[in-house]
Write a protein of this length. Sequence first.
Length: 404
Amino acid sequence: MTELTPEVIHRLPKTDLHVHLDGSLRIPTLIELAKERSVKLPSYTVDGLRELVFKDSYKNLPEYLEGFLYTTAVMIDSEAIERIAYEFCLDNQAEGVRYVEVRFAPQLSVRDGLTMSEVVKAVDRGLRRAAKEFNAQPSVVSGAEPKFVAGMILCAMRYFEGSWSQGFGRLFSAMPEADRFELYSTASVEVARAAARLRDEGCLVVGIDLAGQEKGYPAGDHKHAYQIAHEAFLGKTVHAGEDYGPESIFQAIGDLHADRIGHGTWLFSEDKIQAAIPNKKAYVESLVQFVADKRITLEVCLTSNQQTVPELAADLSKHPFAEMRKRKLSTTFCTDNRLVSSTTVSREIGRAVEAFDLTAREVRDSLIYGVKRSFFPGSYLEKRQYVRQFIDYADRILGKTEST
């Protein structure tokens, strides 16, 4: 196979199954939208925001999350949201990403004059416009290269405050006697119902996600929402094992029917288990075996984890991906947040090649896992055809001719 140089990695067709729209804006666009919408920023220059907000490294998770205060503050109308989604696709296309599932919490943008449906439809317009332009290229039309395909994953939140958006604030006002966990559950049900309806209306919604702090906010509180998604045949992914132990991953799979796991960083960590489990080693081994056997794909975000997990800050080779690789788990490289983590899919793959000495074959396998385990917005037969084209194109670049 061809040597995995940065140029080759850039040319390869790639996927990103775990990337947040509100963490992936262009800084010049953020500055322009902030000025137009009277949003106060710590700086109005690219270098200033890189120094003060969107850094190469962060002290902790709270500092990492500060940037979202500014990005979500400008995502307050259809025009801004559509533009952000459109530019997001252009940035992915420019580095060879051919399939992307962008996730966002639509309730964060809800306010007077902007409903959850309108938020989703604005993103949909941006994705479609970018895809239409890219797919009009002669090499794509002829079938020589795979087309660009984008889908949306709508995020529910494990936890939120009424101050986060007018949408969340209205929920607190409408249910003043409700327990907070009941509010979280109700909000996630609304997301699941909207996802199913909008998908049926023709939007590029392919699945739902559960995001936010894991500790103290169990996945089980969102069973109803995920059952709705399950019965609607939507894809189901869950942030789990990012800042909590293996039992969080088990809850995502057992309680929420998760098809994929966002991060799964602490899958192997017995010391992270908080539940009263007598034989923690056996529990972890059984969980890993289940994840492997069911081919539950782990959406690995190396740079993001390294920026938010102190144990990984100094040495990326200590990332649990090394063990995931050893166990032959289904993994795919994702950015998490292109802006906040200052990364691309090509960079994530390049860093993995360097830190774990990956072979071209292993990178190829990861690319294939990404496209095969996607929540493709089309029929099964269409997905099979797309996967085949995707693999053939990757093989031509890698100098590999035998079939898979």
